[in-house]
Design a protein around this ligand. Structure first.
Ligand SMILES: C[S@@+](CC[C@H](N)C(=O)[O-])C[C@H]1O[C@@H](n2cnc3c(N)ncnc32)[C@H](O)[C@@H]1O
Length: 236
């Protein structure tokens, strides 16, 4: 479906799937390494996929990162948390290759990642409720024009679904450097009675927490004078 024929609310992915041509080594990661870690969301029934079934050997905690970009944050978190398995979703294939390069370099992380090289939304539908310990949505595309707001990944419905997927005490982490999107996100998450914003004061959303590795997009934004806001919400 093209953008012109898409209606509001249709499940259309509006971002890029490919960037500049991949070097041979990166293409080889997609051809030879991705099949081992890839997770297909085709033919999955709603509420059926238990992340505990995706990792061998089993892991104690199950995380989801939506739109991992180049995978800097995802791979650093895996290296720092040896009891975690993460499902990463990213439709941009150059980013998927970049993540694979990062996790290949760290043997201990490789078995603890599963990759959906596609839109996260079918996966979010397919996951079993109450099975995730953490969800990350870091610098989601802000779609600043009002007529494009329906494309934003953070919507009242997606917040409700994240709440359903998290275990009690689980955490939703969101970052953005776009003030309009920040207001939008805060309005929607704080309106949900099942989430508690953990910040007590400005330092809690202005200073990057120690256990929150910097992403590539974040570093670029900071250089260009767009400091990020770090949001942490607990499922009560
Ligand atoms: C602005 S970039 C941020 C990337 C990364 N999180 C970072 O901070 O460097 C937004 C990312 O979200 C991805 N994205 C957009 N829509 C998505 C969707 N429906 N499912 C999964 N990823 C998505 C894009 O491909 C892009 O890589």
């Amino acid at each position: 479906m093209t953008e012109k024929t898409a209606k509001r609310g249709d499940r259309v992915f509006y971002g890029r799937r490919r960037g500049r041509p991949l070097r041979a080594g990166m293409q080889a990661l997609l051809d030879e390494v991705l099949p081992d870690r890839a997770l297909s969301t085709a033919n999955l029934a709603p509420d059926s996929l238990d992340p505990a079934e995706l990792f061998a050997p089993p892991v104690a905690r199950h995380w989801l990162e939506i739109g991992f970009g180049g995978g800097e944050h995802l791979s650093a978190q895996l290296a720092a948390n040896p009891d975690v398995g993460t499902i990463g979703c990213e439709p941009f294939l150059n980013g998927v290759a970049s993540l694979l390069r990062h996790v290949e370099e760290d043997v201990g992380s490789f078995d603890r990642v599963r990759v959906v090289a596609d839109d996260a939304r079918p996966l979010v539908d397919a996951l079993k409720p109450g099975t995730l310990d953490r969800i990350f949505v870091l610098h989601p595309d802000p779609w600043p024009k009002k007529r494009h707001h329906f494309r934003r990944i953070i919507q009242t419905g997606s917040i409700a679904r994240f709440h359903t997927l998290l275990r009690p005490g689980g955490e939703l982490r969101i970052a953005t450097d776009d003030i309009g999107y920040l207001r939008w996100i805060l309005a929607r998450v704080t309106a949900h009675p099942g989430f508690r914003w953990t910040a007590r004061g400005p330092r809690d959303w202005k200073d990057r927490p120690e256990d929150w590795p910097e992403t590539r997009y974040e570093a670029k934004g900071r250089q260009q004078g767009r400091p990020p806001t770090y949001l942490r919400f607990t499922r009560v």
